[in-house]
Design a protein around this ligand. Sequence first.
Ligand SMILES: Cc1cc2nc3c(=O)[nH]c(=O)nc-3n(C[C@H](O)[C@H](O)[C@H](O)COP(=O)(O)O)c2cc1C
Length: 392
Amino acid sequence: MVRFLTAGESHGQGLVIIVEGIPAALPLTEDYIGAQLARRQRGYGRGGRMLIEQDRAHIISGVRHGLTLGSPIGMTIENKDWVNWQEPMSVGPVEAEVKRVTRLRPGHADLAGTMKYGFHDVRNVLERASARETAARVAAGSVSLRLLEEFGMELHSHSIAIGGNWASIDGPIDWQQVEESPVRCADPEMAGRMMAAIDEAKEAGDTVGGIVEVVATGVPIGLGSHVHWDRKIDGRIAQSLMSINAVKAASIGEGWESVNLRGSQVHDIIAPVDDPSRPWQRDTNRSGGTEGGMTNGMPLVARFAIKPISTLVNPLPSVDLDTGELVQAHYERSDVCQVPPAGVIGEAVVAQVLADAFMEKFGGDSIEETRRNYEGYLKTVGPRKSIFGMGR
Ligand SMILES: Cc1cc2nc3c(=O)[nH]c(=O)nc-3n(C[C@H](O)[C@H](O)[C@H](O)COP(=O)(O)O)c2cc1C
Protein backbone atom coordinates (compact mmCIF):
# COMPACT_ATOMS: atom_id res chain seq x y z
CA MET A 1 0.00 0.00 0.00
CA VAL A 2 1.36 3.42 -0.95
CA ARG A 3 -0.08 6.02 1.40
CA PHE A 4 0.87 9.39 2.80
CA LEU A 5 0.09 11.79 5.61
CA THR A 6 0.62 15.53 5.67
CA ALA A 7 0.74 18.02 8.54
CA GLY A 8 1.16 21.77 8.71
CA GLU A 9 -0.71 25.06 8.85
CA SER A 10 -0.61 27.63 6.06
CA HIS A 11 1.34 30.19 8.12
CA GLY A 12 2.95 27.75 10.55
CA GLN A 13 6.62 26.82 10.48
CA GLY A 14 6.23 24.42 7.60
CA LEU A 15 4.70 21.27 6.15
CA VAL A 16 5.54 17.69 7.08
CA ILE A 17 5.02 14.70 4.78
CA ILE A 18 5.39 10.96 5.35
CA VAL A 19 5.12 8.60 2.38
CA GLU A 20 4.96 4.89 3.04
CA GLY A 21 4.99 1.80 0.85
CA ILE A 22 7.64 2.75 -1.72
CA PRO A 23 9.96 -0.21 -2.41
CA ALA A 24 13.71 -0.02 -1.78
CA ALA A 25 16.29 1.10 -4.36
CA LEU A 26 14.14 3.64 -6.20
CA PRO A 27 16.34 6.59 -7.26
CA LEU A 28 14.93 9.75 -5.62
CA THR A 29 16.40 13.23 -5.11
CA GLU A 30 15.27 16.51 -3.56
CA ASP A 31 15.83 18.15 -6.96
CA TYR A 32 13.29 15.84 -8.58
CA ILE A 33 10.64 16.70 -5.97
CA GLY A 34 11.65 20.37 -6.14
CA ALA A 35 10.94 20.48 -9.88
CA GLN A 36 7.36 19.30 -9.26
CA LEU A 37 6.89 21.82 -6.44
CA ALA A 38 8.11 24.60 -8.73
CA ARG A 39 5.52 23.59 -11.36
CA ARG A 40 2.77 23.98 -8.71
CA GLN A 41 3.93 27.47 -7.87
CA ARG A 42 3.68 28.77 -11.43
CA GLY A 43 0.51 29.92 -13.18
CA TYR A 44 -1.32 33.06 -14.18
CA GLY A 45 -3.72 34.41 -11.56
CA ARG A 46 -1.84 33.49 -8.41
CA GLY A 47 -1.62 35.89 -5.48
CA GLY A 48 1.34 37.35 -3.57
CA ARG A 49 2.01 34.24 -1.45
CA MET A 50 3.74 32.45 -4.32
CA LEU A 51 6.23 35.32 -4.61
CA ILE A 52 7.24 34.72 -0.98
CA GLU A 53 7.50 30.92 -1.06
CA GLN A 54 10.11 29.00 -3.05
CA ASP A 55 9.09 25.52 -2.06
CA ARG A 56 11.79 22.96 -1.50
CA ALA A 57 11.17 19.56 0.08
CA HIS A 58 13.90 18.50 2.47
CA ILE A 59 14.12 14.69 2.69
CA ILE A 60 14.87 13.67 6.27
CA SER A 61 14.38 9.92 6.18
CA GLY A 62 13.83 6.86 4.00
CA VAL A 63 16.48 7.71 1.38
CA ARG A 64 20.20 6.96 1.52
CA HIS A 65 22.77 7.82 -1.13
CA GLY A 66 20.03 8.74 -3.58
CA LEU A 67 18.06 5.48 -3.25
CA THR A 68 14.94 4.73 -1.20
CA LEU A 69 15.35 2.33 1.72
CA GLY A 70 11.84 0.86 1.78
CA SER A 71 11.25 2.70 5.06
CA PRO A 72 8.86 5.68 5.43
CA ILE A 73 10.08 8.70 3.47
CA GLY A 74 9.91 11.79 5.66
CA MET A 75 10.02 15.30 4.19
CA THR A 76 9.61 18.87 5.38
CA ILE A 77 8.80 22.04 3.43
CA GLU A 78 9.58 25.34 5.12
CA ASN A 79 6.99 28.15 5.07
CA LYS A 80 9.07 31.22 4.26
CA ASP A 81 6.09 33.39 5.31
CA TRP A 82 6.39 32.02 8.88
CA VAL A 83 8.74 34.87 9.88
CA ASN A 84 5.78 37.25 9.47
CA TRP A 85 3.45 35.07 11.56
CA GLN A 86 5.54 33.98 14.52
CA GLU A 87 3.26 35.51 17.14
CA PRO A 88 -0.19 34.79 15.63
CA MET A 89 0.89 31.21 14.84
CA SER A 90 3.11 30.56 17.85
CA VAL A 91 3.07 26.95 19.09
CA GLY A 92 3.43 28.15 22.69
CA PRO A 93 1.14 30.61 24.51
CA VAL A 94 1.80 34.31 23.78
CA GLU A 95 1.58 37.35 26.05
CA ALA A 96 0.09 39.78 23.54
CA GLU A 97 -3.55 39.56 22.52
CA VAL A 98 -3.73 38.05 19.01
CA LYS A 99 -6.41 39.44 16.71
CA ARG A 100 -9.06 36.78 16.04
CA VAL A 101 -10.77 36.16 12.69
CA THR A 102 -14.55 36.19 13.23
CA ARG A 103 -16.04 37.26 9.88
CA LEU A 104 -16.97 33.92 8.31
CA ARG A 105 -16.12 33.45 4.61
CA PRO A 106 -18.82 31.75 2.50
CA GLY A 107 -17.39 28.87 0.44
CA HIS A 108 -14.73 28.07 3.04
CA ALA A 109 -14.38 25.65 5.94
CA ASP A 110 -14.86 28.61 8.34
CA LEU A 111 -18.46 28.09 9.52
CA ALA A 112 -18.59 24.29 9.68
CA GLY A 113 -15.05 24.01 11.08
CA THR A 114 -15.54 26.49 13.95
CA MET A 115 -18.84 24.84 14.93
CA LYS A 116 -17.47 21.30 14.68
CA TYR A 117 -14.25 21.94 16.66
CA GLY A 118 -15.72 24.44 19.13
CA PHE A 119 -13.40 27.31 18.18
CA HIS A 120 -13.81 31.06 18.73
CA ASP A 121 -11.18 32.01 16.14
CA VAL A 122 -11.70 31.07 12.48
CA ARG A 123 -7.91 31.06 12.02
CA ASN A 124 -7.83 27.72 13.88
CA VAL A 125 -9.71 26.27 10.90
CA LEU A 126 -8.59 28.30 7.90
CA GLU A 127 -4.89 27.66 8.48
CA ARG A 128 -5.22 23.92 7.86
CA ALA A 129 -8.10 24.15 5.36
CA SER A 130 -5.91 26.37 3.16
CA ALA A 131 -4.60 24.95 -0.11
CA ARG A 132 -1.06 25.51 1.17
CA GLU A 133 -1.45 21.83 2.13
CA THR A 134 -1.43 20.93 -1.56
CA ALA A 135 2.31 21.68 -1.67
CA ALA A 136 2.71 18.71 0.68
CA ARG A 137 0.50 16.61 -1.58
CA VAL A 138 2.62 17.47 -4.60
CA ALA A 139 5.76 16.44 -2.68
CA ALA A 140 4.11 13.13 -1.70
CA GLY A 141 2.74 12.57 -5.20
CA SER A 142 6.11 13.20 -6.81
CA VAL A 143 7.53 10.21 -4.93
CA SER A 144 4.76 8.09 -6.46
CA LEU A 145 5.38 9.67 -9.83
CA ARG A 146 9.07 8.65 -9.61
CA LEU A 147 7.95 5.06 -8.99
CA LEU A 148 5.53 5.10 -11.94
CA GLU A 149 8.18 6.54 -14.26
CA GLU A 150 10.44 3.62 -13.40
CA PHE A 151 7.78 1.41 -15.03
CA GLY A 152 7.27 3.55 -18.13
CA MET A 153 4.30 5.65 -16.99
CA GLU A 154 4.00 9.41 -17.58
CA LEU A 155 1.54 11.92 -16.17
CA HIS A 156 0.50 15.26 -17.66
CA SER A 157 -2.28 17.79 -17.18
CA HIS A 158 -3.76 20.72 -19.05
CA SER A 159 -6.45 23.35 -18.53
CA ILE A 160 -9.58 22.67 -20.57
CA ALA A 161 -11.57 25.72 -19.46
CA ILE A 162 -11.03 28.87 -17.40
CA GLY A 163 -13.72 31.48 -16.74
CA GLY A 164 -16.02 29.94 -19.37
CA ASN A 165 -13.35 29.91 -22.13
CA TRP A 166 -13.05 26.38 -23.49
CA ALA A 167 -9.91 25.11 -25.22
CA SER A 168 -10.37 23.48 -28.61
CA ILE A 169 -8.07 20.47 -28.82
CA ASP A 170 -7.72 18.50 -31.99
CA GLY A 171 -5.03 15.83 -32.15
CA PRO A 172 -2.12 15.05 -29.85
CA ILE A 173 -1.20 17.55 -27.13
CA ASP A 174 2.23 19.20 -27.14
CA TRP A 175 3.05 18.82 -23.42
CA GLN A 176 6.09 21.07 -23.64
CA GLN A 177 3.85 23.84 -24.92
CA VAL A 178 1.45 23.26 -22.02
CA GLU A 179 4.34 23.60 -19.57
CA GLU A 180 5.27 26.93 -21.16
CA SER A 181 1.69 28.26 -21.18
CA PRO A 182 0.98 30.55 -18.16
CA VAL A 183 -2.46 28.94 -17.87
CA ARG A 184 -1.28 25.38 -18.81
CA CYS A 185 -3.53 25.38 -21.89
CA ALA A 186 -2.78 23.45 -25.10
CA ASP A 187 -4.79 25.89 -27.24
CA PRO A 188 -2.68 29.08 -27.56
CA GLU A 189 -5.55 31.28 -28.77
CA MET A 190 -7.80 30.24 -25.91
CA ALA A 191 -4.89 30.61 -23.45
CA GLY A 192 -4.92 34.34 -24.29
CA ARG A 193 -8.64 34.56 -23.61
CA MET A 194 -8.25 32.66 -20.36
CA MET A 195 -5.62 35.17 -19.19
CA ALA A 196 -7.90 38.05 -20.22
CA ALA A 197 -10.73 36.48 -18.17
CA ILE A 198 -8.41 36.28 -15.14
CA ASP A 199 -7.39 39.94 -15.62
CA GLU A 200 -11.03 41.03 -15.89
CA ALA A 201 -12.00 39.10 -12.76
CA LYS A 202 -9.06 40.62 -10.87
CA GLU A 203 -10.07 44.10 -12.01
CA ALA A 204 -13.59 43.46 -10.70
CA GLY A 205 -12.30 42.11 -7.36
CA ASP A 206 -13.67 38.70 -8.36
CA THR A 207 -12.36 35.18 -9.15
CA VAL A 208 -12.73 32.48 -11.87
CA GLY A 209 -12.65 28.67 -11.89
CA GLY A 210 -12.33 26.05 -14.61
CA ILE A 211 -11.74 22.47 -15.71
CA VAL A 212 -8.50 20.46 -15.80
CA GLU A 213 -7.67 17.16 -17.48
CA VAL A 214 -5.05 14.71 -16.17
CA VAL A 215 -3.64 12.12 -18.58
CA ALA A 216 -1.55 9.11 -17.54
CA THR A 217 0.12 7.05 -20.28
CA GLY A 218 1.86 3.67 -20.11
CA VAL A 219 -0.56 2.45 -17.42
CA PRO A 220 -0.72 -1.37 -17.46
CA ILE A 221 -3.99 -3.22 -17.86
CA GLY A 222 -5.52 -4.48 -14.58
CA LEU A 223 -4.84 -1.88 -11.85
CA GLY A 224 -7.76 -1.68 -9.41
CA SER A 225 -10.45 -4.35 -9.30
CA HIS A 226 -14.09 -5.04 -10.06
CA VAL A 227 -14.52 -7.20 -6.93
CA HIS A 228 -15.10 -4.52 -4.25
CA TRP A 229 -16.43 -0.97 -4.40
CA ASP A 230 -13.40 0.45 -2.63
CA ARG A 231 -10.90 -1.23 -4.95
CA LYS A 232 -12.39 0.27 -8.13
CA ILE A 233 -9.74 2.51 -9.70
CA ASP A 234 -12.21 5.06 -11.10
CA GLY A 235 -13.75 5.51 -7.64
CA ARG A 236 -10.31 5.90 -6.08
CA ILE A 237 -9.28 8.49 -8.66
CA ALA A 238 -12.51 10.44 -8.24
CA GLN A 239 -12.03 10.52 -4.47
CA SER A 240 -8.45 11.75 -4.76
CA LEU A 241 -9.40 14.51 -7.22
CA MET A 242 -12.45 15.56 -5.20
CA SER A 243 -10.23 15.88 -2.13
CA ILE A 244 -8.29 18.74 -3.74
CA ASN A 245 -9.42 22.10 -2.30
CA ALA A 246 -12.15 23.75 -4.40
CA VAL A 247 -12.72 20.72 -6.69
CA LYS A 248 -16.47 20.18 -7.06
CA ALA A 249 -16.77 17.52 -9.81
CA ALA A 250 -14.65 14.73 -11.27
CA SER A 251 -15.16 12.48 -14.29
CA ILE A 252 -13.33 9.76 -16.19
CA GLY A 253 -13.07 9.82 -19.99
CA GLU A 254 -16.14 11.29 -21.63
CA GLY A 255 -18.19 10.83 -18.46
CA TRP A 256 -20.40 13.93 -18.78
CA GLU A 257 -20.50 14.02 -22.59
CA SER A 258 -21.58 10.38 -22.89
CA VAL A 259 -25.00 10.95 -21.33
CA ASN A 260 -26.26 12.62 -24.53
CA LEU A 261 -25.12 9.78 -26.80
CA ARG A 262 -26.24 6.24 -27.58
CA GLY A 263 -24.29 3.24 -26.33
CA SER A 264 -23.03 2.46 -29.83
CA GLN A 265 -21.39 5.92 -29.91
CA VAL A 266 -19.85 5.69 -26.48
CA HIS A 267 -17.99 2.39 -26.10
CA ASP A 268 -14.50 1.69 -27.43
CA ILE A 269 -14.48 -1.20 -29.88
CA ILE A 270 -11.97 -4.00 -29.15
CA ALA A 271 -10.34 -4.89 -32.47
CA PRO A 272 -7.84 -7.53 -33.59
CA VAL A 273 -4.26 -6.39 -33.27
CA ASP A 274 -2.42 -4.70 -36.10
CA ASP A 275 0.15 -3.06 -33.80
CA PRO A 276 2.62 -5.70 -32.56
CA SER A 277 3.50 -3.59 -29.49
CA ARG A 278 0.01 -4.07 -27.99
CA PRO A 279 -2.03 -7.20 -27.32
CA TRP A 280 -5.40 -5.52 -28.00
CA GLN A 281 -6.36 -2.71 -30.36
CA ARG A 282 -8.61 0.18 -29.23
CA ASP A 283 -8.78 3.07 -31.69
CA THR A 284 -10.82 5.28 -29.35
CA ASN A 285 -10.55 5.95 -25.62
CA ARG A 286 -13.90 7.41 -24.64
CA SER A 287 -13.93 5.37 -21.44
CA GLY A 288 -10.76 7.19 -20.32
CA GLY A 289 -8.72 4.05 -19.70
CA THR A 290 -10.93 2.31 -17.14
CA GLU A 291 -13.59 -0.39 -17.44
CA GLY A 292 -15.20 -2.28 -14.57
CA GLY A 293 -13.10 -0.50 -11.96
CA MET A 294 -9.81 -1.51 -13.61
CA THR A 295 -7.35 0.20 -15.92
CA ASN A 296 -7.72 -1.27 -19.41
CA GLY A 297 -4.31 -0.51 -20.89
CA MET A 298 -5.39 2.73 -22.58
CA PRO A 299 -4.26 6.15 -21.29
CA LEU A 300 -6.07 7.11 -18.12
CA VAL A 301 -7.97 10.38 -18.65
CA ALA A 302 -9.62 12.14 -15.71
CA ARG A 303 -11.18 15.60 -15.56
CA PHE A 304 -12.08 17.75 -12.63
CA ALA A 305 -13.93 21.04 -12.13
CA ILE A 306 -12.64 23.77 -9.82
CA LYS A 307 -14.95 26.40 -8.42
CA PRO A 308 -13.90 30.07 -8.47
CA ILE A 309 -11.94 30.97 -5.31
CA SER A 310 -14.18 32.01 -2.41
CA THR A 311 -12.02 34.76 -0.87
CA LEU A 312 -13.01 37.94 -2.70
CA VAL A 313 -11.49 41.43 -2.71
CA ASN A 314 -15.11 42.60 -2.68
CA PRO A 315 -16.24 40.19 0.04
CA LEU A 316 -19.68 38.59 0.07
CA PRO A 317 -22.13 39.32 2.89
CA SER A 318 -21.83 36.98 5.85
CA VAL A 319 -22.21 37.02 9.62
CA ASP A 320 -19.80 37.62 12.47
CA LEU A 321 -18.97 34.49 14.50
CA ASP A 322 -19.21 36.41 17.81
CA THR A 323 -22.40 38.42 17.30
CA GLY A 324 -24.25 36.71 14.45
CA GLU A 325 -24.66 40.17 12.88
CA LEU A 326 -24.41 40.98 9.19
CA VAL A 327 -20.82 41.78 8.10
CA GLN A 328 -18.64 41.53 5.00
CA ALA A 329 -16.64 38.29 4.91
CA HIS A 330 -12.98 38.33 6.00
CA TYR A 331 -10.44 39.04 3.23
CA GLU A 332 -7.00 37.47 3.32
CA ARG A 333 -4.39 37.71 0.53
CA SER A 334 -5.71 35.39 -2.15
CA ASP A 335 -5.36 33.98 -5.66
CA VAL A 336 -7.70 35.06 -8.51
CA CYS A 337 -7.53 31.71 -10.32
CA GLN A 338 -6.12 28.41 -9.06
CA VAL A 339 -6.79 26.32 -12.19
CA PRO A 340 -3.16 26.17 -13.50
CA PRO A 341 -1.61 24.91 -10.22
CA ALA A 342 -4.55 22.54 -9.72
CA GLY A 343 -3.36 20.59 -12.79
CA VAL A 344 -0.04 19.82 -11.10
CA ILE A 345 -1.85 18.86 -7.89
CA GLY A 346 -4.22 16.63 -9.92
CA GLU A 347 -1.24 14.82 -11.44
CA ALA A 348 0.19 14.28 -7.94
CA VAL A 349 -2.96 12.78 -6.46
CA VAL A 350 -3.59 10.56 -9.50
CA ALA A 351 0.06 9.40 -9.34
CA GLN A 352 -0.48 8.42 -5.71
CA VAL A 353 -3.59 6.36 -6.54
CA LEU A 354 -1.86 4.65 -9.47
CA ALA A 355 1.26 3.89 -7.40
CA ASP A 356 -0.93 2.43 -4.65
CA ALA A 357 -2.81 0.23 -7.13
CA PHE A 358 0.46 -0.72 -8.86
CA MET A 359 2.07 -1.90 -5.61
CA GLU A 360 -1.17 -3.65 -4.62
CA LYS A 361 -0.97 -5.68 -7.85
CA PHE A 362 2.79 -6.25 -8.13
CA GLY A 363 4.09 -5.92 -4.55
CA GLY A 364 7.80 -6.30 -3.84
CA ASP A 365 10.09 -4.84 -1.20
CA SER A 366 12.71 -3.73 -3.74
CA ILE A 367 12.33 -2.25 -7.20
CA GLU A 368 13.93 -5.37 -8.67
CA GLU A 369 11.38 -7.63 -7.01
CA THR A 370 8.53 -5.36 -8.18
CA ARG A 371 10.02 -5.39 -11.68
CA ARG A 372 10.20 -9.21 -11.79
CA ASN A 373 6.54 -9.44 -10.77
CA TYR A 374 5.54 -6.76 -13.27
CA GLU A 375 7.41 -8.30 -16.19
CA GLY A 376 6.09 -11.76 -15.33
CA TYR A 377 2.53 -10.42 -15.43
CA LEU A 378 3.04 -8.59 -18.74
CA LYS A 379 3.93 -11.95 -20.32
CA THR A 380 0.45 -13.20 -19.43
CA VAL A 381 -1.41 -10.29 -21.07
CA GLY A 382 -2.86 -11.05 -24.49
CA PRO A 383 -5.08 -13.54 -26.31
CA ARG A 384 -5.04 -16.77 -24.31
CA LYS A 385 -4.28 -18.98 -27.32
CA SER A 386 -1.04 -17.17 -28.17
CA ILE A 387 0.17 -17.23 -24.55
CA PHE A 388 -1.03 -20.50 -23.06
CA GLY A 389 -2.02 -22.55 -26.11
CA MET A 390 -5.55 -23.95 -26.24
CA GLY A 391 -5.03 -26.68 -23.59
CA ARG A 392 -6.35 -24.56 -20.69
C1 LIG B 1 -3.89 25.61 -5.66
C2 LIG B 1 -5.04 26.18 -4.91
C3 LIG B 1 -4.94 27.46 -4.41
C4 LIG B 1 -6.01 28.03 -3.72
N1 LIG B 1 -5.88 29.30 -3.28
C5 LIG B 1 -6.93 29.89 -2.65
C6 LIG B 1 -6.85 31.25 -2.24
O1 LIG B 1 -5.85 31.93 -2.46
N2 LIG B 1 -7.94 31.79 -1.62
C7 LIG B 1 -9.08 31.06 -1.39
O2 LIG B 1 -10.03 31.59 -0.85
N3 LIG B 1 -9.18 29.77 -1.77
C8 LIG B 1 -8.13 29.16 -2.37
N4 LIG B 1 -8.24 27.86 -2.77
C9 LIG B 1 -9.49 27.12 -2.50
C10 LIG B 1 -9.75 26.85 -1.03
O3 LIG B 1 -8.65 26.21 -0.41
C11 LIG B 1 -11.02 26.02 -0.86
O4 LIG B 1 -12.05 26.53 -1.65
C12 LIG B 1 -11.48 26.03 0.58
O5 LIG B 1 -10.51 25.37 1.37
C13 LIG B 1 -12.85 25.38 0.80
O6 LIG B 1 -12.86 24.04 0.43
P1 LIG B 1 -13.82 23.49 -0.72
O7 LIG B 1 -13.86 24.55 -1.78
O8 LIG B 1 -13.12 22.24 -1.22
O9 LIG B 1 -15.16 23.22 -0.13
C14 LIG B 1 -7.19 27.27 -3.48
C15 LIG B 1 -7.27 25.97 -3.98
C16 LIG B 1 -6.23 25.41 -4.70
C17 LIG B 1 -6.34 24.04 -5.24
